[in-house]
Design a protein around this ligand. Structure first.
Ligand SMILES: Nc1ncnc2c1ncn2[C@@H]1O[C@H](COP(=O)(O)OP(=O)(O)O)[C@@H](O)[C@H]1O
Ligand SMILES: [Mg+2]
Length: 285
């Protein structure tokens, strides 16, 4: 195909040998299949800021730190420099998230370069070597749905253990690769510890997955992994291999009965002591 203008610099630099085609365009970006030597890769081109939609909302940016205070001040002032910096920070966010997650063992496309606002990455492929379908493109048996749901939940947990919440997880942003589900599309990923909306976004992500896989395996509708995962995270007890039940009961911390009885007895003793004091005071009058 004719080389899109945005990819020309990468062709000139020899990073891309040919552009083979374009994948279905999403909300924020255009993704091309390109050939680099013998390999097929994906090149993601971000749309201009004014063409993009909701994801730059303040909600997602909170807790993201700029590299230096000059940049942060400029971003806050909305100067032209500030806007460019904002743009760059947004583009960098996906690249940084991909590096961080790949290092933490989360199944995401391996990032292979970021040049002139174009992200080069591994192409997630199906069993025939073609670009993998999105969850939205496939029909699953109940068994497959449960197995893939399980796999996605494990990835979400691993992501959270690496400090990130996807924030826009849906059947459009999970590909079904030849070795299982792969999470994509991360420019809006939020800092789990530094963002007040992180818990809400995590539950929404997980609930989206339940709604999608629940179409094929209705038993999943009775699960509540989102709250369970967030409660474990907040308690500092979440690990990549934490055992999960899919159930959430108000307060999930086990009750220590002996300790509870001691607390009740203490309270009773104090009350008795107070009543006795009260009686003494009245006697004195
Ligand atoms: N690494 C990849 N491998 C295969 N297909 C991809 C890859 N990255 C993106 N795609 C395809 O491109 C589409 C758009 O990419 P995405 O990162 O979700 O951007 P958008 O913000 O436009 O939704 C995806 O739905 C998917 O079909
Ligand atoms: Mg997408």
């Amino acid at each position: 195909m004719k080389i899109p203008a945005r990819l020309q610099p990468l062709v000139d630099d020899g990073l891309i040998d040919a552009v083979l085609g374009q994948l279905m365009s999403g909300k924020e970006a255009q993704v091309y299949v390109v050939r680099c030597g013998e390999e097929r890769r994906c090149a993601k081109v971000f749309k201009e800021a004014r063409q993009r939609s909701f994801k730059q909302a303040v909600q997602y940016r909170e807790g993201r730190r700029g590299r230096n205070s000059r940049r942060e001040r400029a971003m806050a002032k909305k100067t032209r420099y500030g806007q460019q910096e904002q743009e760059q920070a947004w583009l960098n966010a996906e690249v940084e998230a991909l590096h961080r997650l790949a290092a933490a063992g989360v199944r995401v496309p391996t990032p292979l370069g970021f040049v002139d606002g174009v992200l080069l990455m591994e192409m997630v492929s199906d069993a025939d070597g073609r670009a993998a379908p999105r969850l939205d493109d496939v029909t699953l048996s109940a068994e497959q749905a449960i197995a893939h749901h399980d796999a996605v939940i494990r990835e979400v947990v691993r992501m959270l253990c690496a400090g990130l919440v996807h924030g826009d997880l849906s059947e459009f942003n999970v590909l079904l690769g030849h070795a299982g589900p792969v999470i994509i599309d991360l420019p809006q990923a939020v800092d789990a510890a530094g963002n007040n909306s992180a818990g809400m976004l995590l539950r929404r992500d997980v609930d989206n997955m339940r709604a999608y896989f629940g179409r094929f395996a209705p038993a999943l509708h009775d699960t509540d992994y989102g709250r369970e995962i967030w409660a474990l995270y907040e308690a500092g007890e979440l690990h990549p291999d934490s055992a999960l039940t899919g159930r959430f009961v108000g307060d999930s911390t086990a009750v220590d009965v002996d300790e509870l009885i001691t607390v009740i007895e203490d309270a009773r003793e104090q009350q008795a002591w107070r009543l006795a004091r009260c009686g003494e005071a009245q006697d004195e009058e």
